[in-house]
Ligand binder design. Structure first.
Ligand SMILES: Nc1ncnc2c1ncn2[C@@H]1O[C@H](COP(=O)(O)OP(=O)(O)OP(=O)(O)O)[C@@H](O)[C@H]1O
Length: 694
């Protein structure tokens, strides 16, 4: 795949995408999380790139949403889906689902959505999703306690390239290695020639190390797991809560993760913990041991009556001997006991093993002295010993853990992808359930259906624009129970008339919402929807007030452009008449309808001037009507489903009719029950008005 051919991907972005493991795969699947791991690419940008790649794959010209209001409707329905996601990832991933005129694209998403709406979910799954995030790149690993060594300059460069995590050192000979071993816990010699050399410290000869980097830097594979520990754990929990088929052995992964700390060290090994604590506590324990000895000795001295003969005292003074000699002569046993206590304290406090204890004992000399002081050189020696043992053990454990987890890496990646994808699916499932959705049926006319090969859509000879049964507009700001289901079907160009606040605008919103969702490949909020595949949606919202000459001109121009094409267009227009005075409006709308009808577009024009427009048009315009079925307590009772081929009575007409009925009833009552309202002024006036409406 030529990455630069994707709309919106320039040279720099293409280079960033190439840094991904499998850029094509990520782009094809709309895997925003993976795309966003490319250097410098945010999640929002990743979604745009993915959309571009999808458009290219399906040869989609774009531009389905042809007007501002059409784009608004898309953002609103997308918003409803995004509200139902738990992770940011899923919200971004939904951005890759957009309305497309291409059958292959719609069917791809439909296949995904069909599985999604069958998904079960409960609070436990949604809660588990809370902790989930896309995987992070492990970043640079630097290991300071180990180094590579070689005598060869070429190998040196190779090693630097292959294992950047470790320092690489040039040595002349075994002597050089020995020096390195004093500075590093482990030295790995790369030259065969060092085989058999025995040196103090941990010096290993591994000529094949560069071919097997994980052997010498197990930190490299482990850092992936360490850095993503919580995310992987969350993905495991999502799989368990949702009973998803896992892509790897969950128990093995959990076991591996439980042995790993977030900083990449191995957790849960008693011996490693012992050695780590011993190294950390060594200084403090040595000081405490000194205090133990000195306290005991002080006590002993205080309690002791020292008797010394004068000649002895003289000889001591003459020899210039200090109190130490006195100590060794008079308090030898007490001194030995105090030093023993110090040694025991050090060994116990650090929980040292036998070999380590032998070194530790030497930290306090048998030679009497007061105060007792540790031998710093011995303490350092002990520190080196403990540190080397700790590093050896940590290295071995890391290698073992890295080997155990090595096979889990791909599965673990997939595990997180699947869990994130579940969030996308559940957002669709929740939307579908909350709005009682069904999958729409696309109806292909024979001419159009033949142009693409797979025949999943129903074929029909009857012209179908859209046919909605029991549709509930997701754009109405009401709970579903308060939304009356609407039936409405249009296959050509129709005018929609109706009472004020009868729901004409809401009907256009319903049609737009359903058509947009259907072209996204998603379920729609209706009992049943059949529709043709449209190329674009032109939805013009109601204009606020009369337009000035310039705005009027550009609006008419817009419609002139629209009337040029139009066969695959769905045109929804709300009360265009408000752009200018009523007489002129009716003429212009009639002209637009004629052109659209000739071009075979599907259109609904909401208008209060339906009657006038019908008269102006030189063809038989369909006029549908949203009817008030009556007035209840001064409120209109409306049948929200437009009645086909029916010019709805307007609200004023209904009110006059009501007044006429009431006046007639009053007249009957006052004339003693005889219906001879003849000559009564009120009924006569209302009847006169009613006649005008006919
Ligand atoms: N299907 C429906 N179910 C329940 N309430 C609805 C439905 N359709 C519309 N309404 C209610 O009626 C109100 C008016 O609807 P809408 O604005 O669509 O009417 P309209 O016919 O376009 O009005 P106008 O003639 O003033 O332009 C809405 O705000 C909504 O509360």
């Amino acid at each position: 795949m030529d990455l630069e051919s994707i709309p919106g991907v320039g040279e720099k972005t293409a280079r960033a995408l190439e840094a991904l493991d499998e850029p094509e795969r990520a782009l094809r699947r709309g895997d925003v999380a993976t795309i966003a791991t490319a250097p410098g690419i945010t999640q929002g940008r990743a979604a745009r790139i993915a959309r571009g790649a999808i458009r290219q794959e399906h040869d989609d010209p774009g531009g389905f949403l042809a007007t501002d209001r059409a784009r608004e409707v898309y953002r609103e329905v997308l918003g409803l889906l995004k509200e139902r996601t738990v992770t940011d990832y899923a919200a971004q991933r939904l951005e890759t689902i957009y309305p497309s005129p291409r059958r292959s694209r719609i069917e791809d998403v439909q296949a995904f959505a069909r599985e999604a709406i069958d998904r079960d979910y409960d609070d436990a799954v949604l809660e588990a999703l809370e902790g989930l995030e896309p995987l992070r790149n492990p970043g640079d690993v630097r290991v300071r306690e180990r180094c590579l060594a070689t005598t060869d300059a070429e190998r040196y460069s190779e090693a630097k390239e292959a294992i950047p995590e470790l320092s690489v050192e040039i040595v002349e000979d075994a002597q050089g290695l020995a020096e390195l071993a004093r500075g590093y816990s482990t030295v790995i010699a790369l030259d065969e020639s060092f085989a058999g050399v025995t040196l103090e410290g941990d010096v290993q000869v591994k000529p094949g190390a560069l071919e097997n980097p994980a052997e010498v830097v197990p930190e490299r594979p482990l850092s992936f797991f360490a850095r993503n520990r919580d995310r992987l754990q969350a993905a495991v929990e999502v799989h368990q809560a949702a009973a998803l088929e896992p892509a790897c052995d969950l128990a093995a992964l959990e076991d591996g993760l439980s042995r790993l700390d977030e900083d990449g060290t191995v957790a849960g090994d008693d011996e490693l913990d012992r050695l780590t604590t011993a190294v950390d506590d060594l200084d403090a324990a040595a000081s405490a041991a000194e205090s133990v000895a000195n306290d005991r000795l002080r006590e002993a001295i205080r309690e002791q009556d020292v008797t010394i003969e004068g000649s002895d005292l003289l000889s001591l003074v003459e020899r210039g001997a200090g109190v130490d000699s006195l100590l060794s002569r008079e308090l030898a046993d007490e001194y030995a006991a105090a030093v023993e206590a110090a040694r025991e304290h050090l060994i116990d406090a650090l929980d040292l093993d036998q070999g380590e204890s032998e070194i530790a004992r030497r930290a306090f000399s048998d030679e009497p002295a007061f105060p007792v002081e540790r031998d710093e050189a011995v303490v350092s020696r002990l520190r080196e010993e403990l540190t080397a043992a700790k590093e050896r053990r940590a290295g071995r454990l890391k290698r073992e853990l890295a080997a155990d987890l090595a096979d889990q890496r791909e599965g673990a990646r997939q595990l997180v992808r699947d869990a994130l994808e579940l969030d996308v699916e559940l957002a669709i499932a929740r939307f579908a359930r909350e709005y009682e959705c069904t999958m729409p049926e696309f109806v292909e006319s024979e001419a159009r259906g033949a142009s693409e090969d797979d025949g999943a859509a129903t074929e029909s000879d009857d012209p179908v624009g859209f046919a909605i049964e029991g549709g509930q507009s997701p754009l109405l700001d009401e709970p579903l129970e308060a939304i009356d289901p609407v039936d409405y079907a249009v296959s050509d160009v129709a005018l929609l008339s109706g009472v004020n606040s009868g729901g004409k605008t809401s009907t256009l919103d319903l049609v737009a919402g359903v058509v947009v969702l259907a072209h996204m490949g998603l379920p729609v909020p209706a009992e049943r929807v059949r529709l043709r595949r449209f190329d674009d949606l032109h939805y013009h919202a109601k204009t606020q007030g009369t337009l000035d000459a310039g705005a009027f001109e550009s609006t008419v121009r817009e419609f002139a452009d629209l009337a040029q094409g139009g066969e695959g267009s769905l045109v929804l227009v709300d009360e265009l008449e408000s752009i200018t005075e009523p007489g002129a409006s009716a003429k212009i709308i009639a002209g637009i309808l004629e052109a659209l009808s000739e071009n075979g577009a599907t259109a609904v024009f909401v208008s209060h001037l339906a009657g006038e427009i019908r008269e102006m048009a030189d063809y038989d315009v369909t006029v549908d009507g949203i009817e008030a079925v009556g007035l209840v307590d001064g409120e209109l009772e409306v049948n929200r489903s437009p009645v086909k081929d029916h010019l709805a009575r307007s609200t004023p007409e209904l009110i006059v009719e009501k007044l006429a009925d009431e006046a007639r009833d009053d007249a009957v009552a006052t004339n003693g029950g005889a219906p001879d309202g003849e000559g009564d002024p009120e009924p006569v006036f209302y009847d006169r008005l009613l006649e005008k409406f006919d």
